[in-house]
Design a binder for this molecule. Sequence first.
Ligand SMILES: *Cc1c(COP(=O)(O)O)cnc(C)c1O
Length: 309
Amino acid sequence: MKIHPLICKITIFTSMNIQTQEITSPILRSKKIKLFIKRIDLIHPYVSGNKLYKLKYNFIELKKQKKNKVLTFGGAYSNHICATSFLANKNNIKSIGIIRGEQNSQLNSTLEFARKQGMDIHYISRKEYRNKHKPCFIEELKYRYGDFYLLPEGGSNILAVKGTEEIIDDDNSNYICCSIGTGGTIAGIMNASKRNQEIIGFPALKSYLDLQNNIKKWSRRSNLKLEYGYIGNGYAKISKELIKFINTFYNNYNIPLDAVYNGKMMFGIFDLVSKDYFKEGSSILAIHTGGIQGNRGFINRFGIDLPIK
Ligand SMILES: *Cc1c(COP(=O)(O)O)cnc(C)c1O
């Protein structure tokens, strides 16, 4: 990833050296498939994986517009909220997070981190949250908070996609796999992919009506297959089978996976391998988009065992 000088101020991002590791296992060997994992999760514990790519051109634009505040939306455990608060703080930008749902008496680990970065946290009801795209609602927020740079939910917009196009860099795998929230990341990967590559997206949300429209809006390509079979019970629901898979994967490879996105993707990849989805002799690149900070929320809420680093 090329780092823009404005973001270079953050020294941790100046020497980014992104590893791709091979995952070996008896089933991959027997099916003659090579699986690689691109560890963009290692970029930073709180500006993890795809979120730095999504924020990069947005922060450059924010500075160009000489804004000194950024406002965005997310759930209470959102990796996007976490990443935005950190990057804003490092760039001396005030951040405001509009959080879906009721306020708990105590902040969870994600929001606690965001508040420590100086983020102003504002809760709105799930009903109100649905207005997040409406101009009158944004005007109301401007009246309340003053002028700001608006980042939509998940940070997904055309500038985010420009950033996610930099995630893959002249890759020659037959398949590229990535988990999906709003679709901004997969759209960039599609745009940067080669003609003969198949992109496989693993949605993390049960029914995201906007997903297909978003992808159509942001991507010039049509080499995507969506695998809806690994969502489980939805965004923040986690099955015993998935917990077991994540912990086994961690024990075998020492790679932590988050329970919302990458755990489901990797589970899906192994399941598709067992069902002979991939051509014999082919190679797969899986993008590890990060999000490990979110595992803390599951551990604290449900007392389950998940890797945190
Ligand atoms: C936000 C996020 C995604 C989804 O990205 P979209 O661009 O919204 O599709 C995937 N993985 C992790 C870890 C994320 O935090």
